[in-house]
Ligand binder design. Structure first.
Ligand SMILES: Nc1ncnc2c1ncn2[C@@H]1O[C@H](COP(=O)(O)OP(=O)(O)O)[C@@H](O)[C@H]1O
Ligand SMILES: [Mg+2]
Length: 242
């Protein structure tokens, strides 16, 4: 589904990712785990065609993120940073419609899709209200709806729960699980093992731009003979500093 081949990204003399080599399978929830500065956002931005690798290449759904970037964009839904970037003056529905139009969706298809998503995310009560007075949780749902309005196969979410309270974070987790149920592939970044543990089929641990390990959580437990994944993560990172 997604393949990174020797992906290095440099900003001037700073190496943000170094020869990343891995594959993400169709339909899995895949976690990118690392401390601040590990290279998570850079990796996701390259997958999302927002940044070009300095060397190496990436394919998403078989399309090259540099040579076939518009094909890649048709197949991905993205959410970067805590900011939802909604237009306060517009209703929830109008906010979602606006996004759909950016994807060239036809009006009927768009209406149908909004109805469906509104039901799933339980937004019917406020779908026609202006978002200005929405709670954080309601805005969050509008943002979710936007990321999947064009029915993308792949979701790329950069620290989707960062800065959220527990209730909103749980909503994000439920959303991620529902995307998997719908057959989507979800890639998300996090700096906490506990979150990754709840959701992920497999996790890539990255540190200072390098892939330290990649496996299922069960396999990692066995490999390092450590039940406590939080400890396993911090030990691995420490090892990476030596
Ligand atoms: N636009 C940029 N210009 C220069 N350096 C950058 C830029 N973006 C990221 N970096 C550097 O690349 C490294 C990885 O950053 P980032 O991918 O944001 O990490 P993470 O998301 O894991 O916190 C950091 O050292 C960061 O300072
Ligand atoms: Mg980041």
């Amino acid at each position: 589904m997604i393949s990174l081949n020797n992906v290095t990204k440099k900003f001037d003399d700073k190496t943000a990712t170094y020869e990343l080599n891995f594959k993400i399978n169709e339909g899995e929830i895949f976690g990118l785990l690392g401390e601040n500065g590990a290279g998570k956002t850079t990796t996701l931005r390259m997958l999302a065609t927002m940044l070009k690798p300095t060397s190496g290449n990436i394919t998403v759904c078989g399309f090259d993120t540099v040579k076939q970037d518009s094909k890649v964009r048709e197949n991905i839904g993205i959410m970067f940073g805590g900011e939802t970037g909604l237009y306060d003056r517009l209703t929830a529905k109008e906010n979602i419609e606006y996004f759909g139009m950016l994807y060239d969706m036809d009006k009927n298809k768009l209406d149908e899709q909004i109805k469906k998503i509104s039901k799933i995310l339980e937004m019917d009560e406020y779908i026609d209200k202006r978002v200005a007075n929405f709670s954080k949780g309601m805005k969050q749902k509008v943002a979710f709806a936007r990321t999947i309005i064009h029915n993308p196969k792949v979701l790329l979410l950069d620290e989707p729960t960062s800065g959220l309270d527990v209730t909103a974070a749980v909503q994000v987790h439920e959303f991620i699980k529902s995307c998997k149920k719908d057959g989507r592939t979800v890639v998300f970044s996090s700096h906490t093992m506990s979150e990754v543990e709840k959701l992920c089929d497999r996790v890539a641990i990255i540190h200072k731009g390098k892939l330290i390990d990649l496996d299922t959580l069960d396999n990692l437990r066995v490999k390092y003979n450590e039940e406590n994944l939080e400890k396993l993560f911090t030990d691995l990172i420490k090892g990476g500093n030596e």
